[in-house]
Write a protein that binds this ligand. Structure first.
Ligand code: SAH
Length: 216
């Protein structure tokens, strides 16, 4: 894809799919417009990289729809310099978006092949100094690097893992697609204030499931 062409596509993706659906965070909108989303999509699907949908990335996994990535990031409301934990690296797009917004990102993926291809893209984009990637079971979090200002889970979680809540900093935020009934998920934001948790529910959504263990 030619350079100018993708930049135009990214701009109109932000205008039509994100801004018009009331996402306002300007740092987020800027980061989405300048991040080459087509690099995170398999070559055969690159013409659809900026389309209004999730796309397959191999291994039975998907890159989230741009609006959903935006909505989760807006709910997370990260600040530059924040330490962010992501569960489910997948294509790497969400981690790269957070790093582009100035966050220090720790991302965990259970499928080694996906972790490897995401790492290559981070390198290509010069983001490796901002993103650490680990192959493992994200349900356990990343205790050695805790506490985190923000935690984002990008696979459908049947429950809120205690490890995530424990690894949240004071004032920290956790955003995840929580399974609320059979095959139905909802974006949920949990805020930890003085040790107390506040939970709010947002958009319905559809994610691949959070699975136990590691697949190499
Ligand atoms: N954030 C990704 C989308 C992720 S799709 C992006 O921007 O492209 C969900 C990912 O979560 C998949 O890659 C899947 O392999 C991973 N996953 C599922 N269960 C997991 C677990 N227990 N630990 C870590 N990663 C997991």
């Amino acid at each position: 894809m030619e350079l100018e062409k993708w930049e135009e596509e990214a701009k109109s993706m932000v205008e039509i799919q994100v801004k018009r659906r009331t996402i306002k965070n300007s740092a987020l909108l800027e980061a989405m417009a300048k991040l080459p989303r087509h690099l995170f999509v398999p070559e055969g699907l690159r013409n659809l990289a900026y389309a209004d949908c999730a796309l397959p990335i191999g291994e039975g996994q998907t890159i989230s729809q741009p609006y959903i990535a935006a909505k989760m990031t807006e709910l997370l409301d990260p600040r530059p310099g924040d330490k962010v934990l992501e569960i489910g690296t997948g294509s790497g797009y969400q981690a790269a978006l957070l790093a582009t917004m100035g966050c220090i990102v720790f991302t965990i993926e259970r499928i080694a092949a996906l972790a490897a291809s995401a790492k290559k893209i981070f390198e290509e984009l010069g983001l490796l100094d901002k993103i650490k990637i680990n192959i493992g079971d994200g349900r356990l979090g990343w205790p050695e690097e805790a506490p985190f200002d923000c935690i984002i889970v990008t696979a459908a979680a049947p429950e809120i893992e205690k490890a995530w809540v424990d690894q949240l900093a004071e004032g920290g935020k956790l955003v995840l697609p929580l399974v609320v009934s059979f095959n139905v998920e909802q974006l949920v934001k949990i805020t930890k204030t003085k040790g107390k948790l506040e939970q709010k529910h947002y958009d319905y959504c559809s994610f691949v499931p959070l699975l136990p263990g590691v697949k190499t």
